[in-house]
Design a protein around this ligand. Structure first.
Ligand SMILES: Nc1nc2c(c(=O)[nH]1)N(C=O)[C@@H](CNc1ccc(C(=O)N[C@@H](CCC(=O)O)C(=O)O)cc1)CN2
Ligand SMILES: Nc1ncnc2c1ncn2[C@@H]1O[C@H](COP(=O)(O)OP(=O)(O)OP(=O)(O)O)[C@@H](O)[C@H]1O
Length: 229
């Protein structure tokens, strides 16, 4: 797409490309991306990972990645969009939890999300932990409609991720300001951000605004760490 394309034009173009991908190709490319993710040093060292559940038939399928994350005993957070436009990340305890307990979002009807509470084995209700309270995310795997190899991203146009990053950063700053007299460097850091997409989602240019965050790297079947394979 040419330089000067608007965000809205780019979204329409990318939605069109995504619609043309066959289920077989989507599956093949998704496996490739999931295995690349699992080989990243940032994944291997991560204790807590923020990820997402794919919209079936529309996006890259993250299930193979999530299954391995649970096997590797990572702490997994998945997103929940709130009615006020904010997005939070709640701890998720396994694929059984996803399959049994997750519910469709009332506004974004294709998104399955964690409810606030979780029933443990004794059927006791437990409040799920929120990443904005624990501030322990090491790695975040980010969806999008399109990406550049240089880490720029275009999403569905709601600003969920950019507003979440801003909130997370603000909380880190608040903690730093409170604790800086007693600590030389902060142990709590901002997570490494990796965008994932199918090969058709890699574009030359993404128009950006001031609030847009650049991601640490992009993984797609054609690329690793922003370089052609
Ligand atoms: N799988 C997945 N989960 C995600 C995101 C995402 O991009 N993909 N998000 C990324 O920010 C957040 C949710 N934001 C979203 C905003 C709009 C739509 C969406 O599908 N819009 C439809 C129209 C509404 C509908 O029919 O449900 C569309 O634009 O086609 C999806 C996610 C958090 N969870
Ligand atoms: N940090 C922020 N503070 C306030 N508003 C924001 C912030 N980030 C994004 N927005 C607003 O959200 C809207 C959508 O932003 P943008 O077009 O960048 O979405 P996107 O990144 O493509 O989508 P998404 O993050 O939902 O997948 C814009 O109107 C933008 O002004």
């Amino acid at each position: 797409m040419a330089l000067g394309t608007t965000k809205s034009e780019l979204r329409t173009y990318l939605r069109g490309l995504l619609r043309k991908i066959s289920p077989e190709q989507r599956k093949r490319e998704s496996f490739d991306v999931c295995s690349q993710l699992l080989q990243m040093k940032e994944y291997k060292s991560a204790k807590a990972v923020g990820a997402f559940l794919s919209i079936p038939g529309q996006e890259i399928d993250t299930e193979p990645f999530l299954i391995q994350c649970f096997k590797d005993q990572k702490k997994i957070y998945l997103p929940k969009c709130l009615a006020d436009g904010d997005m939070i990340f709640l701890e998720t305890y396994g694929m059984d939890d996803v399959n049994k307990n997750f519910q469709f979002n009332k506004q974004f009807k294709k998104l399955k999300e964690p409810p606030f509470d979780f029933e443990d084995v004794t059927r006791q209700k437990i409040k799920r932990k929120s990443a904005l309270d624990c501030l322990d995310l090491d790695l975040m795997v980010i969806p999008g409609l399109g990406f550049t190899t240089t880490g720029l991203r275009i999403g569905y146009g709601v600003g969920h991720y950019d507003r979440f990053f801003q909130k997370y950063k603000q909380k880190l700053t608040e903690i730093d300001e409170k604790e800086s007299p007693t600590r030389e460097t902060s142990k709590i850091t901002f997570p490494f951000l990796v965008g994932i997409g199918l090969s058709c989602q890699i574009v030359e240019h993404v128009p950006t605004e001031k609030h847009d965050h650049r991601l640490g790297c992009i993984i797609s079947p054609k690329l690793t760490n922003g370089e052609e394979k």
